[in-house]
Design a protein around this ligand. Structure first.
Ligand SMILES: Cc1ncc(COP(=O)(O)O)c(C=O)c1O
Length: 374
């Protein structure tokens, strides 16, 4: 056990464990002399789709593009509204703006901080074209009511699964829960449960025609070389990242298992400590991307944890309707009370597959002592 500070994540430990496999993947790409949109990317798409229960996967440059291109592939753009959660990475909503549409932020379920389906239903107007739930922190949103709502109102249901690779809702993998129309976005930002050594993203879906359109859109709208059918984007995943992600994909289930073990340890050991963890709901198989707890005196708690050598983060300190980038939409404090209170209280503890039980035990001791002080 190292007695030093506990980092929030430890990429060097991850790379050290995988070094031989990563070096072999890099060598394979270097030897192939093919660097963009090639056999590694194609193999990754096949392996990813099969691992996550989708008919198709389309690899792109990042998760933001995955969301943006999924909206564009469904013709969503200027004048359209997309109903989404008020707690997420701002990139979720930026993707809606990139498509030319308008995000409509709604309040969250206090148990999971995922979109509240009743609030989503209330926000629908004649301009609404899509619902975009976010499976925040790796815990699926309550999808049955949202699938029903999307069907009833003829809306696209786009799952932001950027933090939730491999999560399941009532036994079914997230990303394509809307059946034949199912579509979801993944990010491979390095901190994600399946992370690249750089940026990457993918769209999971069940419709091969939309997948073909997405393959055009990510490559400047080209159908064949130099024939541009549509106003596409440049969002190609390079062969090196695809090869490295193939290595990670082989470990994803084990990593999820380890994240769940650590989360169970925290759930058990932090009960009654003064911090309130967000717990897994009965419908969910969460992949514990982040382990988030609430505390009414968050700043003092984080300071006390910092003094004890435990790194923490706030995901996210500002709900999206109050982010400066979205102020033109007119959101103000008091609009979405559950999200506003939650974003004042949440913090995330270190949780990554390489974290050892003993180190997690030190985090528990530090949280208990810090909470007594605050
Ligand atoms: C929920 C969510 N949506 C979208 C994104 C955007 O992904 P990327 O950073 O790969 O563009 C992220 C990650 O930053 C995310 O966590």
């Amino acid at each position: 056990m190292s007695a030093g500070p506990v980092p929030f994540v430890d990429f060097r430990a991850r790379v050290a464990r995988l070094r031989g496999e990563l070096d072999a993947a890099i060598a394979r790409v270097l030897d192939s002399g093919w660097f963009v949109l090639g056999p590694e990317g194609e193999a990754f798409e096949r392996e990813l789709a099969s691992a996550l229960g989708a008919r198709e996967a389309v690899a792109v440059a990042n998760g933001t593009d995955a969301l943006h291109l999924a909206l564009r592939a469904h013709g969503i753009g200027a004048g359209d509204e997309v109903v989404t959660s008020s707690i997420s990475a701002a990139f979720s909503a930026l993707a809606i703006l990139h498509a030319g549409a308008r995000p409509v932020f709604v309040d969250v379920d206090p148990l999971t901080l995922n979109i509240d389906p009743t609030a989503a239903a209330r926000a629908i107007t004649p301009r609404t074209k899509a619902l975009m739930p976010v499976h925040l922190y790796g815990h699926p949103a309550d999808m049955d009511p949202l699938v029903g709502l999307a069907r009833e109102r003829g809306l696209l249901l786009l799952e932001d699964a950027c933090q939730a690779h491999g999560a399941r809702y009532r036994g079914r993998p997230v990303g394509t829960l809307a059946g034949k129309d199912g579509i979801g976005a993944l990010s491979f930002y390095p901190t994600k449960n399946l992370g690249a050594l750089g940026d990457g993203g993918a769209i999971l879906l069940n419709d091969p025609e939309t997948a073909a359109l997405l393959r055009q859109l990510r490559n400047g709208g080209q159908r064949d070389r130099y024939r541009h059918e549509s106003e596409g984007w440049n969002s190609r995943l390079d062969e090196l990242q695809a090869a490295l992600l193939r290595v990670g994909l082989g470990h994803l289930q084990a990593w999820i298992g380890r994240r769940r073990e650590l989360a169970a340890l925290y759930d058990r050991e932090l009960a009654g400590s003064g911090v309130v963890p967000l717990l897994e709901q009965p419908y969910a198989h969460a992949v514990r991307h982040l382990y988030v707890v609430r505390h009414p005196r968050r700043a003092a708690l984080m300071e006390a944890l910092g003094r004890r050598g435990v790194a923490t983060l706030i995901p996210y300190p500002i709900p999206l309707h109050l982010q400066p980038a979205f102020s033109f939409l007119g959101g103000k404090r008091g609009d979405l009370e559950v999200a506003e209170q939650a974003t004042d209280e949440i913090l995330s503890l270190p949780l990554y597959p390489e974290l050892e039980d003993e180190t997690a035990g030190r985090v528990v001791e530090a949280v208990r002592a810090a909470a007594r002080e605050c």
